[in-house]
Design a protein around this ligand. Structure first.
Ligand SMILES: Cc1cc2nc3c(=O)[nH]c(=O)nc-3n(C[C@H](O)[C@H](O)[C@H](O)COP(=O)(O)OP(=O)(O)OC[C@H]3O[C@@H](n4cnc5c(N)ncnc54)[C@H](O)[C@@H]3O)c2cc1C
Ligand code: FES
Length: 265
């Protein structure tokens, strides 16, 4: 884990409310796992006091060496608004890589990835990691859902990798007009994957967890909670274990990735 001041490499609009920011980072990020995140501290006079968590979206390589990380973020409030104003050369403080990340047993071959809205942020990193692990792109099915066309991000990236992709929107402006869990159910009825990985809004994760349980497919979900410290000190990110009520885990330390059946969602 590294606490460091890093430089903004770029901060480009990726849609109406979305941005991609490139940051320099310690070369130790070459060992980061998909699903891990950083806590970003803001600089400047009008800046949020508390840091904000963001998933690693991509590892930036130059000449085969780790030169930085890219984050994909949605502007939702004070911190992300401030972040969207940063320019190339500005400095931010980051702490990371944090959390556990997705786990991937080597014998898994057929993978389903489900992402809702900004939940796609850690999934592109996961997809490229799976490719490096030898998973055939044709064995990876990606289910991307969003409110509208603008909320469907990275579909071209998954397609470029050769993965099959299902798009859904709530308003029907792209893909099928339904929840992303609908094509997931249909695909599951045609054939079970070895695992489902999911990240997105809580309601979507609950539904994915239920579907995975019904079809007895292993499922890992990445949870987003409010986080004030990212390292187990503030208790702000507690989630309840399923089997023992009143027994809590920290999303920042024990997660953000959990077996879908382990949590009381
Ligand atoms: C492990 C982890 C990884 C994350 N990765 C990403 C990412 O890659 N890209 C990205 O855009 N966002 C990500 N998030 C969410 C991101 O941290 C929040 O959107 C951000 O902290 C909001 O800060 P803000 O100051 O702009 O908004 P605030 O002013 O703090 O909040 C604005 C509104 O958003 C709500 N909100 C704040 N944080 C969250 C949250 N975590 N979940 C749901 N609602 C929230 C608040 O309740 C409020 O209604 C991640 C969160 C976690 C825990
Ligand atoms: S964010 Fe502070 S304990 Fe998890």
């Amino acid at each position: 884990m590294y606490q460091e001041k890093v430089e903004v490499l770029w901060n480009d609009r990726a849609g109406n409310e979305y941005y991609r920011i490139g940051l320099t980072c310690h070369r130790g990020y070459s060992g980061a796992k998909p699903g891990q995140f950083i806590m970003l501290h803001f600089h400047g006079p009008i800046a949020p006091f508390l840091p904000r968590p963001f998933s690693i979206h991509r590892i930036i390589k130059t000449g085969g060496r780790t030169a930085g990380i890219e984050l994909l973020y949605k502007v939702v409030g004070e911190g992300t608004e401030k972040l969207s104003g940063y320019k190339k050369g500005d400095v931010v403080d980051i702490l990371g890589p944090l959390g556990n990340g997705f786990s991937f047993p080597d014998h898994y071959k057929r993978i389903f990835i489900v992402a809702g809205g900004i939940g796609v942020a850690p999934m592109l990193f996961l997809a490229s990691y799976l490719q490096k692990k030898g998973v055939k792109p044709s064995e990876c099915m990606v289910f991307l859902g969003g409110r509208s066309t603008d909320d469907l991000l990275c579909s071209d990236d998954f397609l470029r990798m050769g993965m099959k992709i299902h798009l859904t929107t709530d308003d029907g402006s792209a893909g099928d007009q339904c929840f992303v869990t609908h094509p997931l159910e249909i695909a599951l009825e045609k054939g079970r994957p070895d695992i489902i990985y999911a990240c997105g809004p809580l309601e979507m994760l609950k539904c994915v967890a239920g579907i995975a349980e019904k079809h007895t497919v292993p499922c890992q979900i990445s949870i987003e909670t409010i986080m004030a410290c990212g390292m187990g000190a503030c208790l702000g990110c507690a989630v309840e274990r399923k089997e023992t009520s009143g027994n809590y885990m920290h999303v920042c330390l024990d997660g953000p990735v959990f077996d879908a059946g382990a949590l009381h969602l």
